[in-house]
Write a protein that binds this ligand. Structure first.
Ligand SMILES: [Zn+2]
Length: 472
């Protein structure tokens, strides 16, 4: 937290104290944000579109040892999504504990004042506090990588790498790549730039872990200069490069020290599931090309295998007191509709000239989504006080209260979700009983947090807050 944002918190408290709502007796902020030291650190891994429908058969084959270990030693549940299943809205529901009407990030793009084209979902649309805002205000360190709608990066107590740090398919499809506000603190961007994977030149060894490209596919893959909506190879190229970038950045940041709350978002699964599902579940479609099927059947499963490998390396970077939570915003199912040959006019300029000259090549460019969102996502939690073999009924709004309770913060009563107590050791809940506070929204002035994007000495800020009695 910066000095200015600390002042903003202080100011918000003063204003709250002077508020003319006599009926409401607000607890003083010192008591409201008084947190218990549970010793729990959180690692939250968001995998867009992950589903047990793919995980379970692979787990049964012993193919996903890391997912398997987390489930065996922890809790697993379906995580019920919220319709319509637009990922920016859903991931913001996870981070705020509120539905889209409340938090304001409603879809991939929105019309905003001052622009006559739709604007890609971003942090300025979010009207509610995130869990990392709340944790930061209680003095906990946080680190966030690639989470939907976090650009421009807002001040946090720690670091935040926004979802525009890399050229994602969504920013390519929308309003392009932005240069400012990539990270908090701003100087971090320079340090991380060398870690960015160029989507026009992705590491082919990583690509081949996902997909077995024949010569024609490889030419098409290499020739794509931008992601083409519903065109599998180009979308994979950009989404995988995005994920690899955020993995490398997460590894880099964790090597410098694990924040008490860390969150990372992985996108490749969604891109692959949309575009290659007809090879994963060919019996749900009519007319899947058997020759391509023989080669591409494992593509969807390969992303799960790849994510399992990354999870294994990630778990090696966090300490033993960490509760690891792996979630998705929704699952997937077959659309029943095969992709079809694309409109070549629409694709003009989307490939390098070298590839465009190959008329035969362009004829086989196909677009269309064979996989579509399904409301059952995944919830896996393991470590610390999470009970092995436990289960629960969870929805996206339950994440925020559960994270806060595990880290010993009071749970705001104005959040609609609940703490998933069924998965938590009763002895832990006895030792750290769940406490509540009416709301955090009036305790933290987010507008001032945004405006305070400076980088002044954290310790003196905290000292000031302590001396004012706002935190312990
Ligand atoms: Zn999707």
């Amino acid at each position: 937290m910066s000095l200015r944002s600390a002042l903003a918190v202080a100011l918000a408290v003063v204003l709250t104290g002077c508020s003319s709502e006599p009926e409401r007796t607000e607890a003083p902020i010192s008591a409201a944000l008084e947190s218990q030291e549970t010793g729990v650190k959180i690692l939250l891994v968001g995998i867009d579109g992950a589903t047990f429908a793919v995980l379970d058969p692979l787990l049964a084959n012993g193919e996903l040892p890391t997912f398997g270990r987390l489930i065996e030693q922890g809790a697993r549940a379906q995580l019920l999504s919220d319709r319509p299943m637009k990922s920016p809205a859903l991931w913001t529901t996870v981070s705020t504990g509120r539905d889209r009407k409340q938090h304001g990030v409603e879809s991939f793009t929105s019309m905003v004042e001052g622009s006559d084209v739709p604007v890609l979902a971003n942090a300025t649309m979010r009207r509610a506090l995130t869990v990392w805002d709340m944790l930061g205000a209680a003095g906990r360190s946080v680190g966030v990588v690639g989470w939907w709608a976090t650009w421009p990066a807002e001040p946090v107590r720690g670091w935040l790498v926004s979802d525009r740090m890399t050229r994602s398919r969504w920013s390519e499809w929308s309003d392009g790549v932005k240069q400012d506000g990539l990270t908090y603190p701003a100087e971090l961007a320079d340090e991380l730039l060398p870690l960015i994977v160029d989507p026009l030149d992705p590491p082919m060894d990583e690509v081949r872990k996902i997909i077995d490209l024949d010569a024609s596919d490889e030419a098409e893959f290499r020739g794509a200069t931008r992601p083409i909506r519903a065109h599998g190879l180009s979308v994979l190229k950009f989404a995988l490069s995005t994920q690899l970038t955020y993995e490398r950045i997460t590894d880099h940041m964790l090597a410098k020290g694990q924040p008490e709350f860390a969150a990372i978002f992985l996108i490749a699964n969604d891109a692959v599931s949309h575009n290659f599902w007809h090879y994963h579940q060919p019996d749900r479609f009519e007319g899947v090309d058997p020759r391509r099927l023989a080669r591409l059947a494992p593509v969807v499963s390969n992303v799960y295998r790849r994510n399992d490998d990354y999870l294994a390396s990630l778990l090696g970077r966090v300490d033993d007191s960490t509760v690891t939570i792996v979630i998705s915003d929704h699952g997937f199912r077959a659309s029943g509709k095969l992709p079809s040959t694309g409109d070549r006019k629409r694709l003009r300029g989307a490939f390098t000239e070298e590839f465009s000259e190959d008329e035969d090549g362009l004829e086989v460019v196909t677009v269309g989504q064979s996989g579509i969102h399904h409301p059952e996502g995944i919830f896996i939690a393991s470590g610390g006080p999470i009970v092995a073999g436990s289960s629960t009924e969870a929805t996206l709004i339950d994440l925020a209260p559960t994270l806060l309770a595990l880290m010993g913060l009071p749970v705001p009563e104005d959040l609609p979700g609940r703490v998933l107590t069924e998965i938590v050791d009763p002895a832990f809940l006895e030792r750290f009983p769940i406490r509540t506070v009416p709301s955090y929204e009036r305790l933290i002035d987010r507008d001032a947090l945004r405006a305070g994007a400076d980088n002044e000495n954290d310790e003196s800020t905290l000292e000031m807050l302590r001396s004012l009695g706002y935190i312990q």
